[in-house]
Unconditional design. Sequence first.
Length: 685
Amino acid sequence: MNSSRKPSNPHSQGNLSSEIGAFIALNQEVFAELLTFVDFAEKFKIGFVEINFPPDAEILVEALKTNPECRNIQFVTLNFSDQNLRFLRDEIVQILPTIEIEPNKKLVLIVQGLEKSIGVYGDYPPVLQDLNFVRDAYKRTVPHPILFILPDYALTRLAKFAPDFWAWQSGMFRFQTPQVTKDHAIHETQNTDRIIDRLEPPEKQERIDLLHRLLMEYKPTGHHPTGENLRNCSNILHQLGVAYLSKREPIKAREYLEEAKKIAKDFPDSTFYAEVLNTLGDSYSQQRQFDTAINYYQKSLSISQQLQNPRGEIAALFKLGNAYLDLRQFTQATTFYQQCLEIEQQIGDRYSQASSYHQLGIVAQELRQFEEARRNYQQALAIKTEFGDRYSCASSYHGLGIVAQNLREFEEARRNYQQALAIDIEFGNRYSSASTYHQLGYVAQELREFEEARRNYQQALAISTEFGDRYNQAKIYHNLGMVAQDLGEFEEARRNYQQALAIKIEFGDRYSSASTYHQLGRVAQDLQEFEEARRNYQQALAIFIEYGDRYSQPGTYHQLGRVAQELREFEEARRNYQQALAIFIEYGDRYSQALTYHNLGVVAQELREFEEARRNYQQALAIKIEFGDRYSQALTYHALGTLAKAEENYAEARVNLEKALEIYVEYKDEYWGAIAREALERLPD
């Protein structure tokens, strides 16, 4: 809570008088009524003032203070802008003794900022519940007139959720908004170059608040917009949808987008309608309802094709590519991105080609075509550099870092991430730097520099906390859990995973909860709590099945196989591994099959089915060689060495263990290198 005796006035003194004059001229009659109210109001009396924009509220307060008719009135402004405020009366009672009342003047309190705690949606905000509940206590404890200055939507919610308090009003004063205020708000929202996805969370919320206030101008409570107001209203509704999507609130976003769609459908020009359909598709994509999303994108594409609007086609094709990328249908994703690229080249839009190359880089990366991915990211980077868009270069450096990381070129990855970080710092983009610190944490973790990894993750967490980005904190807690797990700090790991899970549940992100249940299973497994591990894996698997994410299921089947293996339930282990393998084959993910073949080899070896074990290990090794994954080959050579030792074929055991050791040394993996050396030393001559 912030109380002030003087208004926080952003207007220059030179313009203030003229602004007051213009505001009062527009609202002459209602201002006169308000003057009468404050003149005659005694003791506890409530007046509600509807003003949609804070600058106009400041002008009104200054107009009251400087009006000759109010010379015997002392106005004190109390600003309650804490969105978590609950007990308004207690706050006011606390402040009253600190106010120095001027002699022979009547005190009138002006309450501002309450719309923050009233909110825009949701039933029974706590501040209004309390306002209604303690209504009678105001007469006794706050013996002064109060003016509540609130926007239209907040007053509507107050009347609905605090009806008893609302009934006590002695005056309702609705002020019109000057055109200059509307124009400024429109400029701030519609004509800004600052994309909402790039805004820090507090700025996103400010943008949303401004949009809601602007919406009240074109669609006041109880009124239906007409004429030009209809177009302005649909634009604002669409922007609110985009804004709520940036906060990962797709259901709330859809409320505004559906309303925008209904209005835009009747416009003679369908360009905007196609744009709204695209954004509606985004709301379903965010919930992983990709079939519905694709349907909206296809409708948008069809409209743009009919209108011969190439930029509209590009927008829809790009979103179709993103949807198929999320579905891991890489051929379709590539087709759509390449169609984007072709149209961009036809119309000479070189700058937009950077985004298409970037997405093609992601597809190649997912297909483990890392050199192709690198070429695409470098192409995107070259275009951004050519156009002087240094800010956007950060995402390309980020992508190049991921490619290098996958190729186990960790120093190269680190250099790229640090380049991205330098750009974020250069542009004062502290919020975006969190994701880069996060990736630097990944690199350090891969290099087994666990304390360095922890420092980077904690830096990312501190920034996300600073900017109130609670949702993003879940991912960071998840990775802090992985570091703790690598360090054998299993209870610390569990606490971090549970913290991540709590945030995901809080945001209704059931899908992402699956990965955290999976990791909680890993912790329980490390602690030899195998039934607890199994429960967590089964919870993860149930979520993947619920969301139709068949591709993510093999990793969990794999871990269920590991649990069964630990419990010496070898046939159960084999069933789970075979289930994982079947899905990898179904999706053509040959690379991921290697680990499953390896573990089927381990099961066969435990069952002393040595030839079956060898076949599986050799299948795993062949795939790793095919994909050039030299580092992972070491694990399978190691296993072939232990298999040969079990068969008392010591010469073959030595050959395979030496190959494993050679790779461990090459990749500076001292931990596994030591294990391989020890195994070699124990072999009979």
